[in-house]
Design a protein around this ligand. Structure first.
Ligand SMILES: Cc1cc2nc3c(=O)[nH]c(=O)nc-3n(C[C@H](O)[C@H](O)[C@H](O)COP(=O)(O)O)c2cc1C
Length: 367
């Protein structure tokens, strides 16, 4: 790729820590697509990711993919990360992305109580969660037993081991948006009195054990990215941490277990997280932990996340300024990259007028 636009240079610096080297600061945000019949990602899925790698994306985070548990996903065409066929499919995805010079990590996912009773692919499997409560706080099933919790921790660990075996460049653990791990974090959905519940730090215990078990499987040198958010799918105003001090107490146990990079999910990257500072959630996380962070949320778009109808492209100046100030290290791009596989390349080449505006038809096809 050749660069004719110097103002976007901060986005195209290399990134390196002791575990991973990336050719630039762009990350493809994880986006569920639902194009994997029976949970198996096929050639079209591999080509979809390869296309982004070919066009210069620094790191691809795959769509959420279900760990080995009957209720980990909702939907027959959501990819899973267990079973020979699915893992072979993922091995092909890795191969194609690497052939194109890209890097890729799978996002390991369990939807917890957001699953509806009767959902495919295993209609008989009941949703599971820390207290059996939906995101609205309604009782749906019994709280998970300690034995079930431990089994789930091991399912994450197995997926991490498989990711390494298949040649992925790391893993991302999905701890955001009100899914299983976040249901443990959130007071509203975690009312347990045992060691997995209690105060904010107690509610990190499940994530702590997941990270610990994944680390045990992959060894010290394999990157572990952890994605978290304040907002939940059903409540954009929800907060796990009301103050920087609370955020620090929340993050510390995760840092101690060896998270390498935090992926701080917000819907608009430019919004300050707490009063009195311009720092966003990623900025605060970097400041409090000293770890590299990924920021995300409406990059290059004028329509906030959840606007699936459409969003026009906008200037990257504000983003570049924050990146240049090292408020965050990496930038994840969602809908822009879903719409336009050449987004990174076009930005690099200064072809702003060629960027495709996001529209909802793009969700219906895998290109
Ligand atoms: C179609 C779609 C599917 C998504 N699926 C996931 C997912 O599987 N895991 C996840 O952590 N976030 C998911 N997200 C959220 C994105 O990763 C990202 O945080 C969000 O779209 C904001 O970035 P954007 O404004 O650049 O699109 C999804 C977003 C979209 C648009």
């Amino acid at each position: 790729m050749s660069n004719t636009n110097r103002s976007i240079e901060p986005l195209f610096q290399t990134f390196a820590n002791e575990k991973i080297k990336l050719s630039n600061r762009t990350v493809m945000a994880p986006m569920t697509r639902g194009f994997s019949p029976e949970g198996v990602p096929g050639e079209d899925v591999a080509a979809y990711y390869r296309r982004r790698a070919e066009n210069g994306v620094g790191l691809i985070v795959t769509e959420g993919t279900g760990i080995n548990h009957p209720a980990s996903v909702s939907g027959a065409s959501i990819p899973v990360f267990y079973g020979e066929d699915s893992l072979n499919g993922w091995a092909n995805v890795v191969k194609q992305v690497h052939k194109a010079g890209g890097k890729i990590v799978p996002q390991l996912w369990h939807v917890g109580m957001t699953r509806e009773k009767g959902d495919l692919p295993n209609q008989e499997a009941l949703p599971v969660g820390p207290s059996g409560l939906s995101l609205d706080g309604e009782k749906v099933t019994e709280p998970m037993t300690e034995k079930e919790v431990v089994e789930l921790v091991e399912a994450y660990a197995q997926a991490a081991a498989d990711a390494k075996r298949l040649g992925f460049d790391g893993i991302e653990i999905h701890g955001a948006h009100g899914y299983l791990i976040d249901q443990f974090f959130w007071e509203k959905t975690n009312q347990r009195k045992d060691r997995y519940g209690g105060d904010l730090v107690g509610r990190t215990q499940f994530a702590v054990e997941v990270i610990e078990a994944c680390r045990r499987e992959v060894g010290p040198d394999f990157p572990i990215i952890f994605r978290f958010s304040q907002w939940k799918m059903n409540d954009f105003k929800a907060k796990l941490a009301e103050t920087p001090d609370e955020l620090e107490r929340f993050l510390q146990p995760l840092v101690e277990e060896g998270v390498d990079i935090f992926h701080c999910s917000t819907r608009r990257f430019w919004e300050p997280e707490f009063e009195g500072s311009d720092l966003n959630l990623a900025g605060w996380t970097k400041k409090l932990t000293g770890k590299p962070v990924i920021s995300v949320g409406s990059v290059g778009l004028d329509g906030e996340f959840t606007s699936f109808s459409g969003a026009n492209t906008t200037s990257l100046d504000g983003l570049i300024k924050k990146l240049d100030k090292e408020e965050f290290d990496l930038v994840a791009i969602g809908r822009s990259l879903l719409m336009d596989p050449e987004w990174v390349k076009k930005v690099y080449e200064g072809r702003a007028n060629d960027l495709l505006s996001f529209n909802k038809e793009a969700l219906q096809k895998l290109y």
